[in-house]
Write a protein that binds this ligand. Structure first.
Ligand code: FE
Length: 355
């Protein structure tokens, strides 16, 4: 709350002086060092509303003395704001979920290329942009969830297999307007080609238990309350439901298991929460230091414990719950490709009649 207020205050001052919030705090005695020429702050536009993120920003402030100011809003709104503000934006860093949104910001020319040996080491190459315009900070898998009382894991195999007749009336999945689904579809197009992806989408629509509506949690509740037996959902929602304050959610989650598909082939589809330095960042070096911190072993351990997401840093192990689901092979296609195919994914969904 406090940091949001300070951020707004800084933004207002920035507008009033029309020179951004950083220009009056340059450390002139150290002007030879570029990093120190920046003010001791970093301004974030974030679509992640998690307490962990807040705690991590506070820890970063403690370690570096760099003040973190956060403005939280929906990704579309933040991206629109970056566009409108142009070079007057106070934002140094955009943090959002799903490569689809990150890629969209890149396509609009709102991001800048940054390089860091630390990040090259802390983030596997398929989870960051080769041009350095975005970096994965957490990982999630979009997998098949099944009701253990109704489905045996042996009946499951691949995403592709959900198109078979045996799943008629049994699949619960949200609308195609959702970015997680667009990215999953993009991965099917990338791996199997557009024609096969379209055929798959048509068959999945025919196999749906109900009209695609609600969020991922709703799909999980569906397969417990009798609407379908299997769902497509992101892994962390099962973690969140298992630890929910709502007793009904906890009870539902007890009956559900994740199944990681395509283990004999390319692996399960994974996605990221991403961080990206903005094109007009006034504190780009501070923003990079923050991304380096967020993907460090200390921060990644906190992410893993709190949000049921997988760490991107290969030196950090997942939380106990996630480890209990077993190791899995992930599709290592570079997510830039998944971003690039978003538009194609939308056209496939439209053609397939997936609402
Ligand atoms: Fe989500």
């Amino acid at each position: 709350m406090k940091s949001t207020f300070l951020f707004l205050f800084a933004a207002v001052i920035g507008l009033m002086t029309s020179c951004g919030p950083t220009s009056d705090t340059k450390n002139t005695t150290d002007s030879s060092e570029e990093a120190k020429a920046e003010s001791q702050e970093v301004n974030i536009y974030s679509h992640r509303f998690y307490d962990t993120d807040k705690a991590l920003f506070e820890r970063f402030e403690e370690l570096t003395g760099i003040k973190v100011n956060v403005k939280m809003d929906k990704a579309d709104r933040l991206i629109q704001l970056l566009q409108t503000e142009g070079e007057n934006t106070p934002a140094d860093l955009l943090v959002t979920t799903d490569i689809g949104r990150v890629y969209y910001a890149k396509e609009l020319g709102l991001l800048r290329s940054m390089q860091s040996d630390v990040l090259n080491e802390q983030i596997p190459s398929h989870l960051r942009d080769a041009e350095g315009q975005w970096f994965g900070i957490t990982k999630r898998a979009r997998v098949i969830m099944y009701n253990e009382e109704l489905v045996k894991p042996e009946e499951l195999s691949t995403y592709e297999n959900l198109a078979s007749d045996e799943w008629k009336g049994q699949i619960s999945v949200r609308s195609s307007t959702n970015v997680y689904n667009k990215s999953l579809m993009a991965s099917l197009i990338a791996n199997n080609g557009r024609d096969a992806a379209l055929e798959w989408a048509q068959a999945v629509v025919a196999n749906m238990a109900t009209e695609p509506k609600g969020n991922d949690r709703d799909q999980l509740k569906n397969i417990v309350s009798g609407t379908g037996k299997v769902a497509l959902a992101n892994t962390y929602y099962l973690g969140l439901m298992k630890n929910s304050e709502n007793e009904a959610e906890r009870a539902a989650a007890e009956k559900i298991k994740p199944f990681f598909p395509n283990q004999d082939g390319r692996g399960a589809h994974v996605n990221i929460s991403g961080a990206a330095v903005t094109k007009h960042a006034k504190n780009a070096e501070n923003a990079m230091r923050l991304i380096e911190f967020l993907t460090s072993e200390e921060a990644q351990t906190m992410y893993a414990e709190a949000n049921y997401e997988f760490p991107v840093n290969p030196n950090v192990q997942a939380s106990e719950l996630l480890r209990s689901w077993g190791d899995f092979k992930e599709d290592e296609i570079n997510l830039e490709e998944i971003g690039r195919l978003q538009t194609e994914a939308i056209s496939v969904f439209e053609e397939a009649g997936w609402n």
